[in-house]
Design a protein around this ligand. Structure first.
Ligand SMILES: *Cc1c(COP(=O)(O)O)cnc(C)c1O
Length: 377
């Protein structure tokens, strides 16, 4: 089955009881049992809910995994999955990891004795050099947020194999439509489904997807124990959103290329970071592991005044956090996604006060360009 068909027919599409063309919202917390000795598969909705399961099965197929677990948010997926590690374990993490992941790792998991070393993951030798005897995992994001740096996933996974540790990849920016890390020998794929997968800026959700069944059972055990699973209403909305993932990604990506080309020749724009540009340092690696550059990029302006003017005067692209919706979203990493990263650390990583990130939606690209033009001035 090709991707477009998988999106529509990959998971359960029909309610077997009624023939309804979709899995209904099972807005139920508990299930009646008939035998004292054998409880049925469904006993309590913290563990199992048919609507959530339909969504999980769909995402598992899209990522070429054996199992997907759906969570109440991307951070619920990330935090719950990280609980597979134990005190004394160490992780090697890309230094431009999502701000929320940086926060849980550096302030909460560190307190539990699970430590992290943050490295420039575009450099495989830096990843390998940070591995210690107690290292249990490599945690990556590619292209990364907000500078769109590219990590060689096959290369990183090969390092992990050599050291008998696992690779975790946050695949939010790409979605399974454009990149499938499990096929590149990575072990766990994480998602904020809040972004492109749901795609309509109206649900928070997250996923963890694996190929290895035992690993899937371990994450599932923690999901049930912690109660971090996704509710039925949000599962339903996300199932509805994911059906149009291909057409949304294709169009947003098309729009992005047009806007990027325009920005590149704008006199106030000093840099554009997008893996779809041949001059991007990760261009070749990205093309070897993904089917497209996606619909998020960042760029830098020549002054703070111009940056502020742009952010406060765009009408079409909403000045907001988040990304991946049908509407374009312009954001300011220094004060939004990376606000919890200390300033010196942030500047060292290149997340300056003149860096702007744009997530391109489904508006006409000419209108978006005209709007950016008037806002930059
Ligand atoms: C938004 C985001 C998250 C966190 O997801 P939530 O659904 O907001 O909890 C994690 N990783 C990346 C790359 C994100 O963009």
């Amino acid at each position: 089955m090709k991707r477009a068909t998988q999106l529509i027919h990959g998971g359960p599409t029909v309610d077997l009881q009624t023939g309804a063309l979709g899995v209904p919202i099972y807005q139920i917390s508990t299930y009646r049992q008939t035998s004292v000795d054998h409880f049925s598969k469904y006993d309590y909705a913290r563990g199992d809910n048919p609507t959530r399961e339909a969504l999980e099965d769909t995402i598992a197929v899209l990522e070429n995994g054996t199992r997907c677990l759906a969570f109440a948010s991307g951070m619920a997926a990330i935090s719950t999955t990280l609980m597979i590690f134990s005190p004394g374990d160490h992780l090697v993490v890309c230094d431009d990891v999502y701000g929320g992941a940086y926060r849980v790792l550096s302030t909460i998991f560190s307190r539990m004795g699970i430590t992290s070393t943050f490295v420039d993951a575009t450099d495989l030798t830096a990843i390998e050099a940070a591995i210690r005897p107690e290292t249990k995992g490599i945690y990556l994001e590619t292209p990364s947020n907000p500078l769109l740096k590219v990590t060689d996933l096959r290369g990183a996974a090969a390092i992990a194999r050599r050291h008998s540790i696992i690779t975790l990849v946050d695949n939010t920016f790409m979605t399974p439509y454009l990149q499938r890390p499990l096929d590149l020998d990575c072990d766990i794929v994480l998602h904020s489904g809040t972004k492109f997968i749901n795609g309509h800026s109206d649900v928070l959700c997250g996923f963890a997807v694996v190929k290895d069944k035992e690993l899937g059972q371990r994450i599932r055990y923690i999901q049930n124990a912690f109660g971090t699973g996704l509710g039925p209403q949000d599962s339903f909305l996300t199932l509805r959103g994911v059906k149009t993932l291909k057409v949304r990604m294709d169009q947003s990506q098309h729009n992005t290329l047009k806007i990027v080309e325009w920005l590149k020749q704008h006199p106030r724009v000093t840099a554009v970071h997008y893996p779809g540009l041949p001059e991007h340092p990760g261009y070749a690696i990205h093309n070897a592991q993904a089917d497209g550059p996606g619909a998020v990029f960042s760029f830098e302006l020549d002054s703070y005044e111009a940056t502020k003017r742009l952010l406060e005067n765009t009408h079409l692209a909403a000045f907001a956090v988040s990304l991946g919706g049908v509407e374009s979203i312009i954001s300011y990493p220094a004060k939004m996604s990376h606000a919890s990263v200390p300033k010196e650390e942030r500047e060292r990583k290149g997340i300056t006060d003149t860096l702007v990130r744009l997530s391109v939606g489904l508006e006409d690209p000419d209108d978006l360009i005209a709007d950016l033009q008037q806002a930059i001035g």
